[in-house]
Design a protein around this ligand. Structure first.
Ligand SMILES: [Zn+2]
Length: 89
């Protein structure tokens, strides 16, 4: 899994805002993100260890250890979901 930091997610956040990929919730910390360029769907998963965020995607960029916009899209949806949960708890 790739450790997500403000630095290494910056480019992907910009790309994500531009492309606005569709994100589908599957289960806690697991999302399906539709590619903006083709019909591919990538599954992204998340983990939190010792307060650090980690993420993984199925695409080629992620295989190389890069943070892709799928990860950011999923992470955004994940954070949104967590905040909803907190509000209703
Ligand atoms: Zn990806």
């Amino acid at each position: 899994m790739i450790r997500l930091t403000t630095e290494n997610t910056q480019k992907a956040v910009a790309k994500c805002k531009q492309l606005k990929p569709r994100v589908k919730f599957i289960q806690d910390c697991l999302f399906a993100v539709s590619s903006a360029n083709n019909s591919n769907v990538y599954h992204v998963s998340f983990d939190v260890k010792d307060g650090e965020k980690f993420g993984q995607c199925e695409c080629k960029a992620s295989e190389k250890g890069l943070v892709c916009y799928h990860l950011v899209a999923g992470a955004t949806a994940n954070i949104y979901r967590q905040s909803l949960k907190r509000q209703t708890a």
